[in-house]
Ligand binder design. Structure first.
Ligand code: G16
Length: 542
């Protein structure tokens, strides 16, 4: 087996976005495209040579091919050992856990998360550092800079590794260990939650649940944990086998893309609890009978009730949320007397706060919730947290949420997405909004008066790094808020996100879109949406 040095030249646009490098499969399939990015990571992270790495993905199209390529490049780079998921499968939180558990120097996750898969879908790659967290901006920027000057990469000429067989294979001087993707993660979950009380609930005969794995990575995890360990009956999991194209569906656990689950939870004989996770297993959707729990509420409720769950009984150091996420959790933190942090969008910003012991729980409006048990958001963890609460509190999902609103007030919250917008038009719209920032405070829109407007920036309190351009926020005197952002995860033109939030302490039975309708109108008027984009109605409402 010999190491070959292959000449290459830079590709434009290899800057990681909100969560790694995401592009169409056809872009990744170009000769040298994947290799250039991986070599740039290896070149800029000198600590990786001689170390242990974790490698896995969500099983989407191109996953296995990419894994074989990465293994040959790791071997050429002198990586000592690679832990790779059987059949190339590892959920994102499981990668984070394995990095931490086996003290690896980092890991690579092959996924485009909730984006569609298949040969005409999306692919992605993300590098996580030794703490299990997505690489921080200073690392991703260094990687990007390297992709722009790269001239060659190295690869071991070697046969493919059998990823279906558990155990060890030597590749050059690198030991490749094919590991069970689920077992370490399942054991860890059992240490955080009260499996006995959950088992009792699931076997009681009075409680039914449905978990939608969306033909993606969480199928095997959910089966092993919910059915095998916790005794949920067969059939609890739907769409439980990971497919390379996710069955042609969009593996995004929201009310639009988890349509079958939502319909089941609305039916006359609906189960008591419904949940879903996304392509790579880090997002979660939580439903009760004919009842949707918005992600911001979910974070606030887990925070308020964490003392009911064994892994969090000792108390929370603090909580964090991304800026566009509803501020519901802030009020809970204030009452609990713990600090709360507002970070830019992207899980990578939570890692420093957790490593410094400043926060225990965190979450985002984009259906992500997690804790310091790993350094990624964790879909099944959130499902188990809710199951643990349901078992202990002996209330329905809706009762738990309504009790919470009674006590803390309610943040009516929605996000409107405009997808597939021509990139220049989206940028022009954003630029105009940026220019308008100084003119907005003091202006009135109907009965609402703008109190403050800015483009969010974040000074990391742990390492002092500054992140700018986090989204334009418009704060009104009555507490309402509008946030405008361009997505950093889309691959088809630009996606515009408008986040709307209104705090109320009464009237919580009112429909969210109806309640927010005046604010939605203001958000469109204030940003001149129609004149810039030629459209008014969003593609996706969550
Ligand atoms: C990623 C990030 C999240 C972010 C989400 C949406 O999630 O990890 O932090 O909230 O994308 O980002 P954007 O609004 O820029 O599209 P995932 O699940 O796709 O990895």
């Amino acid at each position: 087996m010999t190491v070959q040095t292959i000449s290459t030249s830079p590709f434009a646009g290899q800057r990681p976005g909100t969560s790694g490098l995401r592009k169409k499969v056809s872009i990744f399939e170009q000769p040298h495209y994947l290799e250039n990015f991986v070599q740039s990571v290896l070149d800029t992270q000198p600590n990786l040579a001689g170390s242990v790495l974790v490698l896995g993905g969500d099983g989407r199209y191109y996953n296995s091919t990419a894994i074989q390529t990465l293994l040959r490049m790791f071997a050429a780079h002198g990586i000592r050992r690679v832990l790779v998921g059987q059949n190339g499968i590892l959920s994102t939180p499981a990668v984070s856990h394995l990095i931490r558990k086996y003290r690896a120097a980092g890991g690579f996750i092959l996924s485009a998360s909730h984006n569609p898969g298949g040969s005409d879908g999306d692919f992605g790659i993300k590098f996580n550092t030794a703490n299990g967290s997505p690489a921080p901006e200073k690392v991703t920027e260094a990687i990007y800079a390297q992709t722009q000057i790269i001239q060659s990469y190295r690869v071991l000429i070697a046969p493919e590794i059998d990823l279906g067989r558990l155990g060890e294979t030597v590749l050059g001087e690198t030991m490749v260990t094919v590991v069970d993707p689920v077992s370490d993660y399942a054991i860890y979950m059992e240490s955080l939650f009260d499996f006995d009380v959950i088992r009792k609930l699931l076997r009681s005969g009075n409680f039914r649940m449905c978990f939608d794995a969306m033909n993606a990575v969480t199928g095997p995890y959910a089966r092993a944990i919910l059915e095998d360990r916790l005794g949920a009956p067969a059939g609890t999991i739907i769409r439980g086998i990971p497919l390379p194209d996710f069955g042609g569906e969009h593996p995004d656990p929201n009310l639009v893309h988890a349509a079958e689950l939502v319909a089941r939870l609305k039916a006359d004989d609906a189960p008591d609890f419904g949940a879903a996770s996304d392509g790579d297993g880090d997002r979660n959707l939580i439903l009760g009978k004919n009842f949707f729990v918005s992600p911001g509420d979910s974070l606030a409720i887990l925070t308020a009730n964490a003392h009911e769950v064994p892994g969090y009984r000792k108390g929370l150091a603090g909580v964090a949320r991304s800026m566009p996420t509803s501020r519901a959790v802030d009020r809970v933190a204030t009452i609990l007397g713990i600090p709360y942090y507002e970070t830019p969008t992207g899980w990578k910003f939570f890692g420093n706060l957790m490593d410094a012991g400043r926060v225990t729980l965190c979450g985002e409006e984009s259906f992500g919730t997690g804790s310091d048990h790993v350094r990624e958001k964790d879909g099944l963890w959130a499902v188990l947290f809710w199951l643990n609460l349901l078992a202990v509190k002996k209330q329905s999902v809706e009762e738990i949420v309504r009790d919470h609103w009674e006590k803390f007030g309610r943040d009516f919250y929605t996000r409107h997405d405009y997808e597939g917008i021509e990139s220049n038009a989206a940028q022009a719209w954003m630029n105009a909004l940026q220019e308008a920032i100084p003119t907005l405070p003091g202006r009135s829109f109907g009965s609402r008066h703008v109190m403050h407007c800015d483009d969010f920036s974040y000074l990391d309190p742990v390492d002092g790094s500054l992140s700018t351009g986090g989204g334009i926020r418009v704060l009104f005197e009555n507490g309402d808020r509008i946030v405008y952002r361009l997505s950093g995860t889309g691959t088809n033109g630009a996606t515009i996100r408008i986040y709307l939030e209104s705090r109320r302490f009464k009237g919580y039975s009112v429909d969210v879109q109806e309640t927010l309708a005046p604010l939605i109108g203001i958000a469109r008027e204030l940003s001149n949406l129609e004149s810039y984009l030629g459209r008014v109605e969003p593609d996706v409402v969550t």
